[in-house]
Write a protein that binds this ligand. Structure first.
Ligand code: BGC
Length: 260
């Protein structure tokens, strides 16, 4: 199978595009629809159906969904940044009903980890790799010798008495109007705690703000090698599409053209 459709459901936008699994590239321009203010399962499912319906897709192309919550075999375990009524929802079942396609759902940061590992900054890396997404929340994907340990929730570590993502997510930088220097101090505190607990060899920084990595990555002083994500904020779409292809139809070999 060469094409799968990837969707990334976030706190501010829902984005989707078809992905060529041989190269990890989007085969059409990504479409983005703002996340509705009341982000209930039905409201979001409606947008997902619209996104999928906006592209010409092979009939059997599966749908991979990156979702901002721990996914217990497709079921949302708890939700920090969307409507609370998501808890307990079986996401693949809901989206299969509205799209008629095979659906695989994974945590959004895990999706980014899968994307970066197969096509991007984590490709070919051995040891302990931590992919962190900085956005509305902080997402984490832990990959050990190429194997993903799913559903790590390192954005919810409690540091200095507060949940880490409420201080160090990119949304905190924006909400509080922090300079990159002030934000980097918070990131330093966050990542040194993560380092103390997990000793990663490499930390890959993703999320939309990673395109401005030169503003804040050089300010961090960590033992791990810290690198920006290569797929930037397409990683969720690409990783979710990859997970869907693996689950429904077998993984396609990457071609030599695949980004490395
Ligand atoms: C959620 C995680 C998610 C992260 C990034 C956190 O609030 O609990 O599951 O990966 O935000 O969206």
């Amino acid at each position: 199978m060469d094409i799968a459709f990837g969707i990334d459901i976030g706190g501010s936008g829902i984005k989707g595009a078809p992905v060529d699994l041989r190269t990890g590239e989007l085969t059409a321009e990504r479409l983005r629809i703002p996340t509705p203010a009341t982000s209930t399962p039905l409201a979001v499912a409606d947008i997902v159906a619209k996104l999928v319906g906006s592209f010409e897709l092979p009939k059997k192309a599966p749908l991979g969904v990156a979702f901002p919550a721990p996914m217990d075999h497709g079921v949302v375990r708890f939700i920090a940044n969307l409507d609370k009524s998501w808890t307990g929802v079986n996401l693949p079942a809901l989206l299969r009903d509205v799209t008629g396609r095979h659906v695989t759902a994974v945590n959004d940061a895990d999706a980014a980890g899968i994307g970066e590992q197969r096509y991007g900054a984590a490709k070919g890396r051995k040891g302990v790799v931590l992919v962190c997404t900085l956005g509305t929340g902080i997402g984490s994907a832990l990959i050990v010798d190429g194997v993903l340990v799913p559903n790590t929730e390192l954005g919810h570590l409690e540091i200095d008495g507060v949940g880490a993502e409420s201080r160090a997510a990119d949304s905190a930088r924006e909400r509080e109007g922090l300079s990159f220097e002030a934000w980097a101090e918070r990131l330093q505190r966050y990542f040194e705690t993560v380092e103390m607990l997990l000793s990663p060899d490499v930390i890959v920084i993703g999320g939309g703000v990673s395109k401005k990595h030169t503003e804040f990555l050089p300010l961090l002083n960590l033992r791990a090698k810290v690198v920006p994500a290569k797929l930037r904020n397409a990683a969720g779409i690409v990783g979710a599409a990859t997970a869907a292809a693996v689950a429904h139809g077998g993984a396609t070999k990457t071609s030599k053209k695949a980004k490395s």
